[in-house]
Design a protein around this ligand. Structure first.
Ligand code: ZN
Length: 501
């Protein structure tokens, strides 16, 4: 075979893999939105079979040989084709390192551990979960060893969510964030400024919240002809493929939950819609860095959706829609309420500032657990002690403390740091977009979000997985991920809101 024939053959196998992933994503979306309760058992079989077929195709010897051959050709293929080979090799290589027997044990333990976790959280009983969590932890070590690492098992797990990232780099940047945030959050609490939250707490009519959300995401440039919005318990975005991007949200009385959730998922959705049509059904369409994906959602949710300019434009429209709630509030009072910062127990309900301390705490604990520096049985005590140090409060019961997240039960170790990487990257992209678009603030204040969306398409979305995360950051912002822009953003915005000097 010529190089071109080898490449074309590899790409046709890659397209089949992409189709299987689309089908699995659609099954997953359906399960969370529409599937009747009794469908769960049958669906579990379908999903497991699909995952098995994909794994078999992904680790097949034929694909292995094609990829090896193409890797040897290297640069002679041109940068785009080389990047396609590298992206699929990464996925293929990781999948091939893990024995099928271990994959099955992990799937089994995951479904048992998440069920036990759900029960333990309901019963506020950490001891009921501890044995399963210990089992999951030793499996994660086994998994990391199978993947291979340099002596730091955490690196092997981190690589799954953030290609090229190393524990030492994550530690450095998260320590910087933590050292800034602990005194900053305390200064906000001590400022004596207390926004009046009545205007955001509602109750707001769910249907009208949905209409307002749809107006906002249309203005952001989200194409509802190639996407849709539904309701689920946990909001998510599923890019079935470039022409079918599905968001979910949830509504509460509190306006912030549904609206910010919708904007967040639409940020993910714009990323999926911004992919190059030429990358459809190819390895480069598969976004490998969660820190980059999360930057898109967080930028729209926080840097844009919680900005004064954004509410200059949208507050009068919201007031028209909900006169009974908002007639006596002005945009400044509403903006202050939307940006209320205070220590709280639950990560997913936290404001954008304290959120990152929730992440630092989880990161430090999972790092120490995996390294064997702390034991599962001591987790509640470790959690509460750290919580006291970082937030000045202590969870009264484990369901609102150490048991609140599903990640460890599901075996997602190395995932948490990508949330804060998302915030850091978001601040960095937003600052870079501001340098490229000098009247960005004015555009946002008049509801024109398209120049920003286009800047993101050009500098982030269209590249798919062409570059490692830090390379993409350097190309788009001039520097790798770091804490400076997020810290400046917080200092400027909240310094003003809370009268800090
Ligand atoms: Zn997200």
């Amino acid at each position: 075979m010529t190089v071109k024939e080898t490449y074309d053959h590899m790409m046709s196998l890659a397209a089949e893999l992409a189709d299987l992933e689309s089908a699995a994503a659609l099954l997953g979306w359906d399960q969370e939105t529409n599937m009747p309760e009794k469908g769960i058992e049958g669906r579990a079989h379908v999903s497991a079979t699909m995952a098995g077929v994909r794994h078999e195709k992904l680790t097949h010897g034929e694909l292995h040989d094609l990829l090896l051959e193409l890797k040897e050709v290297g640069g002679d293929m041109g940068p785009e084709n080389k990047a396609q080979v590298a992206a699929l090799w990464r996925t293929h290589d990781r999948a091939s390192r893990v024995p099928g027997e271990l994959v099955k044990r992990m799937a089994k333990t995951r479904s048992e551990a998440t069920a036990v976790w759900g029960q333990a959280r309901k019963n506020k009983d950490f001891d009921g979960f501890a044995p399963k969590l210990s089992e999951m932890m030793s499996l994660q070590k086994e998994y990391a060893d199978a993947l291979g690492h340099d002596g730091t098992a955490y690196n092997a797990l981190l690589e799954e969510y953030e290609p090229g990232a190393k524990l030492a780099d994550i530690e450095r940047v998260l320590n910087e964030v933590k050292d800034f945030l602990i005194p900053f959050v305390k200064a906000i609490a001590d400022s004596g400024v207390e926004p009046d939250l009545k205007c955001v707490l509602g109750p707001y009519d769910t249907k009208k919240q949905g209409e307002f959300g749809a107006m906002v995401i249309k203005a952001m440039g989200f194409d509802l002809g190639g996407g849709r919005v539904d309701v689920s318990n946990h909001p998510f975005c599923s890019g079935i493929h470039g022409g079918d991007v599905r968001l979910t949200t949830r509504y509460k009385d509190d306006l912030r939950v549904g609206l910010l959730g919708t904007i967040h998922e639409a940020g993910h959705g714009l990323y999926e819609q911004g992919a190059l049509a030429a990358h459809a059904r190819t390895p480069l369409a598969d976004i490998q860095s969660l820190g980059i994906h999360e930057s898109q959602s967080r930028m729209w949710e926080n840097n844009v959706g919680l900005s004064h300019g954004f509410w200059n434009h949208f507050f009068p429209k919201l007031q028209d829609m909900f006169p009974e709630h908002l007639a006596s509030t002005d945009v400044n009072g509403f903006y202050a309420a939307m940006n209320d910062v205070r220590p709280s127990l639950i990560r997913i309900e936290a404001d954008e500032v304290t959120y990152n301390l929730h992440i630092v705490l989880r990161f430090e604990i999972e790092r120490d657990l995996l390294a064997g520096n702390i034991e599962v049985k001591d987790l509640p005590e470790v959690w509460n002690e750290k919580f006291r140090t970082y937030f000045g409060i202590v969870p009264p019961t484990p369901d609102v403390g150490v048991l609140q997240d599903i990640h460890w039960a599901a075996g997602y170790l190395g995932y948490f740091p990508t949330y804060t990487l998302g915030s850091l990257n978001a601040a960095q992209f937003y600052a870079a977009a501001g340098r490229a678009l000098p009247d960005l603030e004015e555009q946002i204040a008049r509801g024109d979000f398209i120049p920003l969306r286009d800047w993101l398409v050009e500098n982030v979305h269209r590249w798919g997985s062409s570059f490692a995360p830090n390379e993409l950051m350097e190309r788009a912002t001039g520097k790798p991920t770091n804490a400076a822009d997020l810290i400046t953003y917080f200092k400027t915005k909240y310094g003003e809101l809370y009268g800090l000097s």
